[in-house]
Design a protein around this ligand. Structure first.
Ligand code: TMP
Length: 205
């Protein structure tokens, strides 16, 4: 039985998503903050395999299945119990990442990747998704400036791939217009944060 509120945050790499979410979590201090892939031990182990820069031979379908596997475990162990407990869950990435990255950018097909994910999530879609939109050129520039951030296997993809990721998200906004809210992430952090809080307050309170 579902009683909490499930909010996911999405966007291309370098959109500043993780910074904004930690600011949101401070503001909504009762909310549970978590991330994908990861958030719990088994899923963090899968994360290491997927994002390891040495794993250059990983097949796109293997990649999609590993993300879905990490998602399943995280959902069952952490997200579902919190939602059933009436909590607000803030999740840094969820199924839309697989649809944009593996489905569209890797070319596996949004519908195909959604099908394998439905097996993993069993109807558990977010109540709200905030999508931080940014030009890939600017996103990658931010990643390069942020020296403390881990650089993962997907960050190393070329600019064309990152353009496809963004295009994928734009397709998803058309497909799920009631769930996905776009926020322009090209501006200053505090400005993006206050726009995010406006959207959240309108939905939560
Ligand atoms: P992060 O840097 O936001 O933690 O995400 C790790 C990388 O994994 C990022 O490049 C996006 C990518 N990713 C996918 O390709 N598919 C997915 O389903 C998820 C959750 C992340």
């Amino acid at each position: 039985m579902k009683s909490g509120f499930f909010i996911t945050f999405e966007g291309p790499d370098g959109a500043g998503k993780t910074t904004i979410i930690s600011m949101v979590a401070k503001e909504l201090n009762e909310a549970l903050l978590t991330r994908e892939p990861g958030g719990i031990d088994i899923a963090e182990q899968i994360r290491r395999v997927i994002l390891d820069k040495e794993n250059t031979s990983m097949d796109p379908r293997t990649e999609a299945l590993l993300y879905a596997a990490a998602r399943r475990q995280h959902l069952v162990e952490k997200v579902m119990p919190a939602i059933e407990d009436g909590k607000v869950v803030l999740c840094d990435r969820f199924v839309d990442s697989s649809l944009a990255y593996q489905g569209h950018a890797r070319g596996l097909g949004i519908d195909e990747v959604f099908t394998i994910n439905q097996f993993a999530i069993e109807q558990m879609m977010p109540d709200l998704t905030i999508y931080f939109d940014i030009e890939p050129e600017l996103g990658l520039q931010r990643i390069n400036k942020n020296k403390g951030r881990e650089v993962n296997r997907l960050d190393l993809e070329n600019l064309e791939f990152h353009h496809k990721v963004r295009e994928g998200y734009h397709l998803l906004m058309k497909r799920f217009p009631d769930r996905i809210v776009r926020i322009d992430a090209s501006g200053e952090v505090n400005d993006v944060f206050s726009k995010t809080m406006e959207v959240l307050k309108a939905k939560l309170f």
